[in-house]
Structures are given as structure tokens and as C-alpha cells.
Design a protein around this ligand. Structure first.
Ligand code: M3P
Ligand code: FE
Length: 303
């Protein structure tokens, strides 16, 4: 079964009090632990100890973690990462609060990627016995879960190959410089049946374009945008639809300047679904289905 999902990410924030206000009061994540300069957060529908960790100091992503199904998967992925030629190191239990042993690999793009099988189980807020569809008392937009992230890489094709060859991701959609080109401007990779778990776009290595939280549907997206106005959140792109993945979206910034997204919809993906290919002439419509225009603030501003 391999990788289950994007389990966590550690994101740097400049001011912890402001970040807490954004991620807890506006996004509705719950604090599950605190350490000096760190806050651990989870969504109400997540059962593992944390999905987002805020780290005080700077901006951007410090590392990301994929949860795998079993300790045996860890061994085989570690061997495959070494065979790819990547830098790999073992990670012992407790190096990350409440997370078991695993390994750490540096992607060709320079991102620190951790693989782990065990993390403390906390349970979801509605529980797993006769649950209600959502918690009665919600805060802000009350995001249920982390959904996906988009990282930047100087060589998108190489990083796509890395995640496909080593970790069994498959390409759901790609932007290619020409239809038949082996080069990639961007790629959307899935590890299960979501339209994407990880996207990679051409840009500076180690960059974070955004990470996204799941919302149920378009009406929740509209509701989220209304709350962002009330909370004076800096909105980058107001509610619209992606041509790529067909997802419904809002982009906005946390107070440190890290881009967030709320994402709803998107089709069900399968490994045998033909990869959708976008050509640069249609790229504007691929990213934003209605405006059909990409602005440089969206493509060139990231942390
Ligand atoms: C998404 C998505 C860029 C495209 C982003 C697309 C940065 O975020 O969820 O499909 O060009
Ligand atoms: Fe996204």
C-alpha cells in the first residue's frame, strides 16, 4: 500500500502569535501540543497527532512528512531512495514529537522529506463510533484536513521522476513546454485517488508555493472567503475553479506570507487514468478556469 498521504508539514512563520490567530482562529485547526517556538496543529477530521507544525523564525517549508502504511514499507522505500542516489538518513523515534522512527531524504529539489509509519493517534473530533457529520462547535472556517502541497523545483522532470520511481506517485496532470516534450513546467502527482497529493512547479529549489486544506464543496469555499474578509486575511485569488484537477479554490496568505489554499472537489484519480497534458498556450485556463489568466504575482511570489 505504500504511502498513505501527506501527513505533516513544518512551516516557518515570523510571528507565532499572528500565526496562531490565523491557523487556529481563522482556519480552525486545533492545537495538540506546544514546545518552545513550535505549535502542533490538526484538523477536526484528522486522527493523527498533527498535520501542520508552525515553527517560529522565517518563512517557507522546513520539511514535509509522508505517512506510510507499515514499517516494512519504510525499509523498501529507504532502499529505493538510496538506489535513486538521494541523500538518506535514519530518523529515530521521538526526533519529531509523537512520531515514530523512519527516514529522511532530500529530494532533488532540496526539500527535506520524512517518511514514517507511526504517529500518536488522537482520534477525530467526531470520533469513529456513530459519528455526526461535523463537530457542533466550529471555529473560523474549520478545515477538516490538510489536502496537498505544491513545491517549487528547478528541474521539475527530475523531481517528478524521483517521486514516481521512489515512492510510486503517478502523474495526473502535467504542463509541458510542448506536447511531446519530456520536460515539465509543472506536474500534479497522486498517491491514491485524489486528483493530487503533491504538485511541483518550475521555480527556485526548496520553495513552497502553497499548502492546501480540504473543504467539502463550493459553498464552503464561498463561506471561507467571507470569513477571510471578516478576519482581514490577505486573499491572493478569490473563489474560482482550476482547469487542472477541476478543483474549486481560494488562495490566501498567512500573516508570515506563506501561501495557503482551500481546495474542494477535483475528480477521482486512478493510476490508469491517462495523464492530462496541458500546453503553455492554454496554461492560464489550466490554472484558473474562468479568468484564463495567470498573473506573475501568483507564479513568481512564493516562500
Ligand atoms: C493548484 C491545484 C500553479 C498551480 C496551482 C494549482 C502554482 O494549486 O491545487 O491544482 O501554477
Ligand atoms: Fe493547490
Amino acid at each position: 500500500m505504500g504511502i498513505l498521504r501527506l501527513g505533516y508539514l513544518h512551516v516557518r512563520v515570523t510571528d507565532m502569535a499572528e500565526a496562531r490567530r490565523h491557523y487556529v482562529e481563522t482556519m480552525g485547526l486545533k492545537v495538540t501540543a506546544e514546545e518552545e517556538g513550535k505549535i502542533y496543529l490538526k484538523g477536526w477530521d484528522e486522527w493523527d497527532h498533527h498535520s501542520v507544525v508552525l515553527e517560529e523564525g522565517g518563512v517557507g517549508v522546513n520539511k514535509l512528512g509522508f505517512k506510510v502504511n507499515s514499517v516494512d514499507d519504510l525499509t523498501s522505500f529507504e532502499n529505493r531512495a538510496r538506489a535513486f542516489g538521494a541523500t538518506v538518513e535514519r530518523m529515530s523515534k521521538g526526533e519529531n514529537l509523537e512520531v515514530g522512527e523512519g527516514f529522511r531524504v532530500i529530494s532533488p529539489s532540496g526539500h527535506t522529506v520524512e517518511l514514517y509509519a507511526d504517529i500518536t493517534y488522537l482520534g477525530s473530533e467526531v470520533g469513529f463510533t456513530n459519528p455526526y457529520p461535523f463537530p457542533r462547535h466550529q471555529v473560523g472556517i474549520s478545515v477538516p484536513a490538510l489536502d496537498h502541497m505544491l513545491i517549487m523545483a528547478e528541474d521539475v522532470a527530475l523531481n517528478e521522476k524521483f517521486f514516481m520511481d521512489v515512492f510510486d506517485f503517478y502523474a495526473v496532470e502535467q504542463i509541458r513546454p510542448e506536447y511531446d516534450s519530456p520536460a515539465r513546467i509543472a506536474t500534479w502527482l497522486s498517491i491514491g485517488q485524489k486528483a493530487h497529493d503533491l504538485a511541483i512547479v518550475a521555480g527556485k529549489d526548496k520553495g513552497l508555493h502553497h499548502f492546501a486544506f480540504r473543504l467539502d464543496d463550493w459553498s464552503k469555499i464561498l463561506h471561507a472567503a467571507d470569513i477571510f474578509s471578516m478576519d482581514d486575511v490577505s486573499i491572493d485569488i478569490t473563489p474560482t475553479r482550476h482547469g487542472i484537477t477541476r478543483g474549486e479554490t481560494i488562495y490566501f496568505f498567512d500573516p508570515a506570507g506563506n501561501r495557503n489554499e482551500t481546495f474542494a472537489g477535483g475528480y477521482t484519480a486512478y493510476p490508469d487514468r491517462p495523464t492530462v497534458i496541458w500546453t503553455p498556450d492554454q496554461l492560464g485556463r489550466g490554472i484558473f478556469s474562468h479568468s484564463r489568466e495567470l498573473n506573475t504575482a501568483f507564479t513568481e511570489v512564493y516562500t
